[in-house]
Design a protein around this ligand. Structure first.
Ligand code: M6R
Length: 599
């Protein structure tokens, strides 16, 4: 939820601020830095966004070649200057930044207060600095004090620490929360996510679970909490810097929407070996799908697809409800979907399923994330980094991955014949071209968004597999434009929701030319009869639905299983333009963060 950046490099402060800019999507309610100058730790922090922080930064040209920074999404303690990271010990010799949640901090904090420690914030994180100080005071070396601290702390942790006791080092530790390391001739770096390191290196290693990593000028060393040395595995990241920058677009969200043809095309090139390895875990298994938010919508898509293509029942379960919902895991596989690979709810569902003997197929956009470590086998979508808080390109590539997985499984198991398989694969391969065509018509959606941007409420209604699009369209609109939006099965709308309809109420219908169309027309008429304003996503040339809609957007005719991909795009654009017309920042919606690492 928070972003950490640290470096040992020339002009460290400038690099820390640039790193935090690239991590701001992870949290943006407060920000802070700590640098070492003349063997003194200098801290600046405040509530608010990074730009304001930089404008007011009063460092009078102080130079430093070592420091850490943090951008926060509040969990314990409201957004405020006191609660912003970095936090220090009583003596001011140790500064820490932390991402995660400490479960046993209350009890430890009380013990430390009794020993005389003075806390300045309401955060759980501050305890890290005081615990280290306490162990140092008891005679341990700085490194041993850090190890003992992490041995007793429970919860999720990504942490970077500097100290005047060892002013040439940054010591990092990771458990459950993400942290990566990079090294090049420009310096040594640590960060919560890869995009922050791309200006300096593509040679990046994920900090292994439960290890400390010590950064020094030109060298990096890793060991476990018992002192056993471990090797870091560096990978050459294929992303270029452009993917992590706005490249002329006003926001990441719109850039990422327009990147979808490329992201889909790259995902279609996933080597078959990955798909085939995953298939082994589907054979003769009871299969569940789990994810959160947009990724849950991908699970729902998987469930419809399994039933239609494979005649298999696969239950989709929202990750935060997973443990409450399931108890029996006989011969089961869980397909866990998460673009970040770090969502706490999804990781908890995975751990629970594994503890009951289930196998895990992970689908994620983040190689080296926790989900890739926890899964028996994983498929990595090829979206490139997604910085906008709203999931867009990663959602479409999740759908593509599921299609590839189930089509191939269907072919292997004789549930889909070769002719149908080839026909469908040809259609899927054509999707990047079709999505480009849809994006060329973005102006039409902009006009529709302008017309409806002052609405207070909207229903997104659909039937069958298109319900996935309705739920996703509603989530996108509500999360970035703050319009109350609900996705609903159109058939169910008569059983309660229709009572809210009055003249001018916006109803968005996902009504492509498939077997749901006739019934959807009936639902449109019901809403229209009560004065609702109708905006329909339809198949090209559907004059009948055009006639009964106030606004419409056309997508090309495709096999019905592909409509959720095509019909989602205009709704992403609709949400984006609505937010922009309302003067909101679509990349940083209030109260949200890109990866939700708290349960
Ligand atoms: O990283 P994940 O896919 O696990 O994230 C799950 C949700 O938090 C995420 O999809 C969220 O709903 C999106 N911001 C919606 O746009």
């Amino acid at each position: 939820m928070c972003g950490i950046f640290g470096c040992i490099s020339e002009e460290a402060l400038e690099k820390i601020l640039d790193g935090l800019k690239r991590l701001e999507y992870r949290g943006y309610d407060s920000v802070g830095i700590a640098i070492i100058n003349n063997n003194e730790i200098i801290i600046r922090k405040n509530k608010g966004k990074l730009n304001e922080f930089i404008e007011n930064l009063d460092l009078n040209n102080i130079k430093s070649n070592i420091g850490i920074g943090h951008t926060r999404w509040a969990t314990h303690g409201a957004p405020s200057k006191e609660n912003a990271h970095p936090h220090t010990d009583c003596s001011g010799r140790i500064a820490i930044v932390h991402n995660g949640v400490l479960e046993n901090f209350l009890q430890l904090r009380e013990e430390l207060i009794k020993k005389g420690h003075k806390f300045s914030s309401k955060t759980d994180s501050e305890i890290i600095a005081h615990l280290i100080e306490d162990f140092v005071n008891s005679g341990l070396s700085f490194k041993e004090a850090i190890k003992n601290t992490f041995k007793i702390l429970k919860g999720s942790i990504a942490c970077a620490i500097i100290s005047t006791m060892e002013p040439n080092k940054i010591i990092c530790y990771r458990r459950e929360s993400p942290l990566v390391i990079g090294i090049s001739n420009k310096g040594v770096f640590c960060a919560s996510d890869i995009p922050a390191l791309l200006p300096y290196t593509k040679n990046i290693a994920v900090v292994p679970e439960d290890k400390i990593v010590i950064l020094e000028e030109n060298k990096v060393h890793a060991e476990d909490l018992n002192g056993e040395i471990c090797k870091l595995e560096y990978n050459e990241i294929p992303w270029n810097l452009e993917l992590a920058e706005k490249s002329g677009y006003p926001h990441f969200m719109i850039k990422e929407i327009f990147e979808q043809p490329r992201a889909i095309s790259d995902t279609l090139k996933i080597p078959l070996i990955y798909i085939d390895r995953a298939i082994e875990y589907l054979e003769n298994k009871k299969v569940y799908l789990t994810g959160s938010g947009t990724s849950y919508h991908a699970c729902l898509f998987g469930s419809y697809l399994a039933s239609h293509l494979l005649s298999m029942d696969m239950r989709p379960i929202i990750s935060s409800e997973f443990i409450e919902t399931l108890s029996l895991f006989d011969n089961s596989t869980v397909i866990a979907i998460s673009q970040s690979g770090e969502t706490a709810d999804t990781l908890n569902a995975i751990r629970y399923a594994k503890s009951k003997g289930a196998k895990i197929i992970g689908i994620t956009n983040t190689l080296g994330s926790s989900i890739t470590n926890l899964s028996d086998v994983y498929i990595c979508t090829q979206s490139g980094p997604e910085i906008g808080v709203a999931a867009t390109k990663t959602f479409l590539t999740q759908l593509i991955s599921i299609i590839l997985l189930f089509l191939r499984f269907g072919l292997k198991k004789g549930k889909i014949n070769e002719i149908d398989y080839n026909k469908l694969i040809d259609e899927v391969n054509n999707i990047p071209k079709i999505t480009e065509e849809i994006l060329k018509k973005s102006d039409k959606i902009r006009d529709i968004a302008l017309k409806y941007s002052l609405k207070q409420n909207a229903y997104f209604l659909a039937r069958g597999i298109n319900l996935v699009t309705a739920l996703e369209g509603a989530l996108k609109l509500k999360e970035i434009s703050y319009i109350h939006a609900e996705g609903y099965p159109a058939g169910e709308s008569k059983h309660g929701p229709i009572s809210l309809i009055e003249p001018g109420f916006l109803c968005v219908f996902i009504a492509p030319r498939d077997n749901t169309r006739e019934k959807i027309i009936g639902n449109i008429m019901e809403m229209k009869a009560r004065g609702a304003e109708i905006f329909s996503i339809i198949t090209e040339g559907d004059e009948e639905i055009k006639e009964i809609s106030d606004e419409y957007f056309e997508v090309p005719f495709v096999n019905y299983i592909l409509y959720p991909i095509l019909c989602t795009i205009p709704l992403q654009l609709f949400a984006y333009y609505t937010a922009v017309f309302k003067g909101l920042d679509p990349d940083r919606p209030r109260n949200l963060a890109k990866s939700v690492t708290v349960p």
